[in-house]
Design a protein around this ligand. Sequence first.
Ligand SMILES: C[S@@+](CC[C@H](N)C(=O)[O-])C[C@H]1O[C@@H](n2cnc3c(N)ncnc32)[C@H](O)[C@@H]1O
Length: 223
Amino acid sequence: MSNENLNPLRKKIENLVSNYQQKNDFTGWFEDIYTDALGNPDQVPWAKMQPHPCLENWIKTVNLTKKKALVIGCGLGDDSEILAQNNANVTAFDIAPSSIEWCKKRFNNSSVNYLVADLLNLDNSWKNSFDLIFESRTIQALPITIRKEVIDAIATLLKAKGTLLIVTRLRDTEGNIDGPPWPVSEEELSQLSEYGYQEINRIPYIDPNNPSIKQALIEYQRK
Ligand SMILES: C[S@@+](CC[C@H](N)C(=O)[O-])C[C@H]1O[C@@H](n2cnc3c(N)ncnc32)[C@H](O)[C@@H]1O
């Protein structure tokens, strides 16, 4: 696809993703985005500098006191912080060291344990150990070719009876598509049932800047 008419940041991302993918590296470009931004969130296309509205609403319905929560691909930390403000014990990680540095600088009195880590290479001791897992827009930021590994990696982290929240774009077809992002399909999500996950709620989300894009917060419980 020609990217001549895209805005400069979008064009930059497409070029970065393509260059890294040629080296079989699906994640190196995230660090480039954070470092090149030089502290300006306008240069990080997903940075909203506030918690996701679906998470804010969900939090009002639960008691998170002392719950052991994990935020995957935490970006600039707003979702992690709101979980911590609601008394969860939060660990938040991202593969991009500069995003973690940025979180620590923004929230320097935070109780969140911010870490650099790769979802696809986590310590075995993390398996089956969290009461709540929150992932927003990280699955969709990784190509469909590695989706099975990505969903497997997330699925193993939750305790029995724990809650998994996924915020994602959704696609209606099962075939491959151009990205990023690469919205998630129903068949891909159904992989979670192999790990005992049951969907218990799905709240559609309409992004005022992108109203035509199908998105949702999906809540799962593990048996
Ligand atoms: C589209 S951004 C979303 C950030 C944040 N969750 C949000 O919704 O604002 C995807 C994030 O996932 C991180 N990421 C991508 N692949 C990862 C991996 N394998 N392990 C950990 N973090 C990853 C990126 O660095 C980036 O911060």
